[in-house]
Structures are given as C-alpha cells and as structure tokens.
Design a protein around this ligand. Structure first.
Ligand code: GAL
Length: 416
C-alpha cells in the first residue's frame, strides 16, 4: 500500500468527495435483493447520492452470499473487481490474506473505529492489525419469527423449550397450516442447524464443534441429537420448500400460511416491508434452547484495491458513510439488524430490535456470543461449505443422524 493510497482512503478524500469536484462512483457487489433488503440498500444508496457519490449496482440474488462470492471470485480472476463488496466474516480474512483489500486505517483512526466497534466484529474487520472492512450491522441468526394471529387462533404461547416448540408446530400442522416456513437452500438449512447445535449442546459444545472443529465434538452423541432435531423440523416443513427463497418463507409467516420461521433477523426486514410491526402482527423469540446465547454475523463492506483516484475517493466516502451513527440507525431499523457500533441508542428500534441489542450486549458480556457457522463467522469458507453439504444431504434424507455426524467428521477433516 502506498502512502498516497492510504491518504486517499481518509477523511480528506471524503471532504473532496462532497464538493462534487470529481465524478465519483462505487460499484457495489451485494446479495440484498429481497424486498426488505432492497429497502435497506436504498438507505445506503440515497445516503451516498446525498454526498454526490454515484452507484452502480451489482446484485447477486440467492440470499446468504454463497452465489455472490462465486461471482466475486470470477470478477477478480478476470481482473475487474468491483469497488465495494458486501462480505462476511472469514471471507474478509481470506481476501485480505490475498492482498486484495484496501487499507482503511487512516479513516478508522480519524473516526475512532477502534473504540466504537466491538472486538467480536473487529476480529473480522481487521487483518494483521489493519482495518480492511467497514461493518454495517450485526445480525443474529437464532431467532424464531411467528405469526401472532395464528398463535392466538391455535392457543399457542411463545414456546420456551424444544418440546413446547415441537408441540406448537404439531398443533399448526394438525390444523392444516404449514408449521415451519423454510426454503430449500443449503445456507437456510445451515442457519437452522446452527441453532440446533447450540440448543442441544450449549455454548461449550458450539465452540468445540463449530469453531474449534474438534472431531470428537463433531462426531458426538450431541451432534447426532442435533441432526435428529433437524429431521423433526423437516417433518414440519411443507412439500414445496425445495428451491424456495428465504423471503418467500418469511412471507408465508407474514400472510398467516405458516406459523414459524427460524431465520436471522433480516427476516424482520421482510415483515416491516410488508407494513407489519414487531410485537403486533408478528413476534420474535429465541430458538428454544438457545436463550442467553447469540449466534451472529456482521455484514461488512470491503473495498477492493483499485488504482483510479476517483474510485478510491468514492470508496473512502462509502466506508465513512457506512460507519456514521446516523446511517447505522437509518439502515438497521429497516434491515432488521442492529448497529455495528456500541454507542448507538436503542430508542429508534422496534421491540425485536431493542431485544436484539440488549441480548447481544448480554451475550457478549457473559461469553454467550458466537459467530454463525451458516453465515461465515465460525470457520473458513471451505469448512463451512463442507458442513453445508452434510447438513443439506441429511435434511433431504440422504443420511440418517448417525451417518450425518460421522460425515461431519470426515468432511471437515478433508476441508481443513
Ligand atoms: C446474510 C446476510 C444478511 C441477509 C441474509 C439473506 O448472510 O448477512 O444481510 O441479507 O444473508 O440474504
């Protein structure tokens, strides 16, 4: 990194950008294509437009980011990286290790990112001591989204245990509703699996299996039980789930066709986008068995190394905008996530958002905060993909629970 480049990715560049002297533009690769996600993305686009920064959209549909990362690799291999990329956890680290990401240290120092971004996020936003990404949010993945009217009709209270959760789904199924709205994509299966692992084994087991990749934990009786619970969930999913996008599953809950969805709080963005309110038409609670813990992921924007001065200035302006406290409120209240900064008041957030912020802080303080495997924050992309394959094969009936646990051991070993 040259000194010139470092200077340009700083506030001086931001100041220049707002004068509109140079025609600036960011090309942003992202996977925010659902209604709620697009509404949140618009907050960012408009924020930048207000500073005279143009936007070239590079959306990759599919949710979860798997397809977006394939497209990114192709763009970089072709020598044509986008200027800014939505990225998760260990992927940021991999791209930084390749030397592909711009250094944001000057901007971070000017804006004090060290003090306002929690350690759990800095672990992914920095590489080798350098800031390489600007975190937009914190999502947490161990949520259940529920249709309030349907709960009332079926006489269901928020379940506090796995057995109560199963009984509630049984009641919905018996009454002719879809008990669990789910889509058929590997990352969606993996999202619910994170919660089954946490629910069965608790924080120590989650750490041993998903983060430390301890073969004993991966092949243990607890892992078998996590897979058994996945099979129970599979029994409550409707026949048409194959290939369904996650936001269509959220819509089933919003419309009252389905009782529950287990999904990260980006699902809340869909309910809000449909004009619903947390605690009224829909409600949120932690996946039974995971209370007190939070499995999280954080969307961050990494800036790819470019040589064009105007593009560098636009990158700095974008990173700066993303980290502003006002933007973090405006964006996250729409997205369903909570701010990546620790100095933001929960006031503007709805009931689920306020609960999310409080629980995130509690989990961080009590050792209950863990990166989501499904969303790239527990282990590297090759291990993650190996886990995806086993989880999805089991969910679709290819393996029984015992075999799936054994396959986890083997697949992870090969991927490490
Ligand atoms: C996650 C991402 C969220 C949300 C979700 C579904 O990986 O962090 O922002 O967009 O995928 O697409």
């Amino acid at each position: 990194m040259t000194i010139l480049r470092k200077l340009q990715l700083s506030a001086a560049a931001v100041a220049l950008s707002t004068t509109g002297v140079v025609a600036q533009e960011v090309e942003v690769l992202h996977w925010w294509t659902s209604g709620g996600e697009a509404a949140a993305l618009n907050v960012l686009r408009e924020d930048l437009a207000g500073s005279g920064i143009g936007w070239t959209d590079m959306p990759v549909a599919g949710g979860g980011g798997s397809d977006a990362m394939t497209v990114l690799r192709a763009r970089v291999t072709a020598g044509d990286p986008p200027t800014a990329v939505q990225m998760l956890g260990f992927s940021i680290q991999d791209w930084a290790a390749e030397g592909a990401l711009a250094n944001l240290n000057d901007l971070a120092a000017e804006q004090n990112w060290d003090d306002v971004v929690p350690a759990a996020l800095q672990r992914f936003s920095t590489y080798d001591g350098d800031w390489v990404a600007a975190p937009v949010n914190v999502h947490s993945t161990n949520w259940v989204w529920a249709n309030t009217a349907l709960m009332e009709e079926l006489g269901i209270e928020q379940p506090g245990t796995w057995d109560e959760f199963v009984a509630a789904m049984q009641a919905a199924q018996d009454a002719g509703y879809t008990a669990l709205a789910h889509g058929g994509q590997a990352w969606q299966d993996a999202t619910i699996f994170d919660s089954m692992v946490m629910g069965v084994g608790g924080p120590e087991f989650y750490q041993a299996a998903m983060v430390d990749l301890d073969p004993e934990a991966l092949g243990s009786a607890q892992m078998v039980e996590a897979f058994e619970r996945m099979a129970v969930l599979r029994g409550f999913v409707d026949d048409n789930f194959s290939g369904r996008d996650w936001n269509l599953a959220s819509a089933m809950v919003a419309n009252g066709d389905a009782l529950f969805q287990i999904m990260g709080d980006w699902a809340k963005g869909e309910f809000i986008n449909a004009g619903q309110t947390a605690g009224e038409e829909f409600q949120c609670f932690r996946v039974p068995g995971t209370e007190g813990t939070v499995t999280f992921n954080s969307d961050q924007f990494a800036m790819f190394n470019v040589t064009d001065a105007a593009a560098m200035e636009a990158q700095a302006a974008m990173a700066s905008a993303v980290m502003s406290p006002e933007f973090q409120v405006a964006f996250n209240t729409v997205k369903g996530s909570v701010p990546a900064r620790t100095d933001i008041s929960p006031e503007a957030f709805d009931a689920c958002g306020q609960m999310g912020m409080a629980q995130l802080a509690e989990a961080a303080a009590s050792g209950g905060l863990f990166g989501s495997m499904a969303h790239g924050h527990a282990n590297n992309p090759s291990v993650q993909n190996a886990m995806y394959d086993v989880i999805t094969a089991h969910f679709n009936g290819e393996y029984d629970a015992e075999t799936a646990a054994q396959e986890m051991v083997t697949a992870v070993e090969l991927a490490m």
